[in-house]
Design a protein around this ligand. Sequence first.
Ligand SMILES: O=C(O)Cc1cc(O)ccc1O
Ligand SMILES: [Fe+2]
Length: 437
Amino acid sequence: MAGFDNEHQTEALPGALPQGQNNPQQCPYGLYAEQLSGTAFTAPRAANQRTWFYRIRPSVCHQPFVRLDTPRVLRNFDVMHANAACEATPNQLRWSPFEVPAADAAPVDFVQGLHTVAGTGDPALRQGLAIYVYALNAPMRDKAFYNADADFLIVLQQGRLRIQTEMGMIQAEPHEIVVIPKGIRYAVTPLDGPSRGYILETFSGHWELPELGPIGANGLAHPRDFLYPTAHYVDTEAPWNVVGKFQGQLFTTTQHCPFDVVAWHGNLAPFKYDLRRFQAINSVSYDHPDPSIFTVLTVRSNTPGTAVADFVYFPSRWTVADHTFRPPWFHRNCMTEFMGLIAGQYDAKAEGFLPGGASLHSCMTAHGPDRATFELASTAPLAPHYVASAAFMFETCYTLALSKWALDPALPGGRVLQRQYYQCWSGLERRFRPDQR
Ligand SMILES: O=C(O)Cc1cc(O)ccc1O
Ligand SMILES: [Fe+2]
């Protein structure tokens, strides 16, 4: 079903969705009604999110949760504590492609394959965010996951995923993103073997389309390109594990299969978006505009115009600006910029920023075009040029702490930190000629 934030309704059996009311005394087919609230009951109507499920058994039927040991998922982002699992660094950071377990290696599923890269704040206080990479080679077997802390925005980089959710099936491929709001249960199956991607977890708010201002009524990501699943249920008595993320920790329980929703209606649901549908707006005259022109989705903070997180996509596009240094400029930002590459090349980096890798330029950390890019772009003929790119940025008003896993090249699976990254700028020579304008 299409349409960002629409009121969707869907049933897998005819008449399963009650008409005219949410909780009839007896639901059709002997189903149970259950509401999932994604915002406070009294949130303003424009922001209010909830969905009504009609399911074989209510979610409340489950064994007590037991805590799981999860060394790769950080519980907090404290950098001051003596045994802190995080570190602060103002250095420019870049990672080569994150390791993916081989097809014939020990099975690693989506939950086991989550690695915290960076984060800040506290999910209990609903402030902050976390960035993960996932790297997996196996399906979740009779196991579902939900996150009580935050929404997940998943950027697929390698391998298609089938995501079975309470609302139905989502199949997604690289160049697509999937957003799974807080609380919704889902199971991830890789369709092409070993798979990798990035996740942004936002402890506050929900993702919204950005304002368009003078761009007008159309442009950037179009609401109708956001796709939602239709009801799809499994009728089985087999026991399932449900793993929940709660206050930064993982817990597991046993219960009936959570994918027993025969019908649902509401505006709180997972969705996917194909980034190749993004309509880029850019300079057709001169100068390189701010990258906010590429915002796909945003989570607002309480400060107007300042995002908790923007998801920014740098698409394939023509660059045509006249008498202009066309790549991104040298920059220091009060916001923090985490970038990843889905495919192709990024126009600020001639080498070293690779698909499946990442970079982090924190608050006020200087960054910009590397030496090779600067030299090339300073003298390149300014004919229209096609940039084949699929890069993205998680941009946040927060300053992030780095997990030890992300910073320590000696840790298993962590051999990707590029210790020499800073040298990509060290050859930028003095060009100052006071006698020559
Ligand atoms: O590469 C980056 O750091 C992101 C970025 C892109 C851009 O087009 C302008 C500024 C900017 O920080
Ligand atoms: Fe930047």
